[in-house]
Design a protein around this ligand. Sequence first.
Ligand SMILES: CC(C)(COP(=O)(O)OP(=O)(O)OC[C@H]1O[C@@H](n2cnc3c(N)ncnc32)[C@H](O)[C@@H]1OP(=O)(O)O)[C@@H](O)C(=O)NCCC(=O)NCCS
Length: 271
Amino acid sequence: MTGSEKLRRLHPEDITAAAQLSAQAGWNQTEDDWRTLLELSPEGCLAIEVDGVLAATTTLLCYGRRLAWIGMVLTKAEYQRRGFARKLLAHALENADKMGIATTKLDATDQGQPIYESLGFRSEQEIERWSRPSGNAQLPATLTSEEEPWRDLDSLVFGTDRSQLLERLARLNPPTSSSESYLFTRPGRVTAYLGPCVSNDPRQARRLIEDSVLNSQCVWSWDLFTRNHEAVALARDLGFSPKRHLVRMARGKELREKENAIYAIAGFELG
Ligand SMILES: CC(C)(COP(=O)(O)OP(=O)(O)OC[C@H]1O[C@@H](n2cnc3c(N)ncnc32)[C@H](O)[C@@H]1OP(=O)(O)O)[C@@H](O)C(=O)NCCC(=O)NCCS
């Protein structure tokens, strides 16, 4: 790294520049999404700065010691192919190893996949961004309940405890739920975002998602596992179609989510 390049933590003052970086890549994340990562993982959000410019980012969000999630692997176009993403990833993985994290995962774009393979990540399953085109970006008002079924349900299905993340998401945009299911939605930069949604009962999942989607005029994005055939069928029924293809990848100990109960992931940067 030359004298003008600095690998450092991402700070709250970087959020505007970080959001510009994800917007330049065409991503849907908002400043609030970056704030969520910084709030939950102040030490895991890394940046490379060149002459005062935010040139590259990578985030590492730990869900206890069992799992950490890599996200926001972004390099500004004019700084690409200089090894920045590789340096940030190596640093993040070193931190994960020092903390004794058993498994590290991420959702890889085509551009990112070769880097991750060279760092020891293996492909687990396909994941797709589906979208529903009509309408505007206005989120519908949600009817909230006192119950919080995600507390127990989520860790059983996701495989580890991500309640801090869900609590933060719930504070920003209260979820809807029924006995065996929950659904979160949140605003995005371009479209509203549907997820995470977890359910042990396909009929309940359908009802929650239909209620949100059909009662709104939103343009929606929804990231789902192609192996969850119920989710795929529901997305098609509601007028969604696939837009982007990614691969969920893992490094370290095997830790599988119950993908048949995950109707929507929380976000490519969150798991
Ligand atoms: C993917 C991305 C982060 C790579 O950033 P970068 O700083 O240019 O990556 P590096 O310079 O560290 O490259 C590391 C290795 O990745 C591979 N790589 C990087 N960019 C690549 C590309 N566009 N196509 C294919 N392979 C690529 C190369 O093998 C490279 O090694 P090399 O030294 O042999 O060239 C950057 O292109 C980007 O921001 N893309 C848009 C957002 C995105 O898709 N992020 C990945 C999310 S999973």
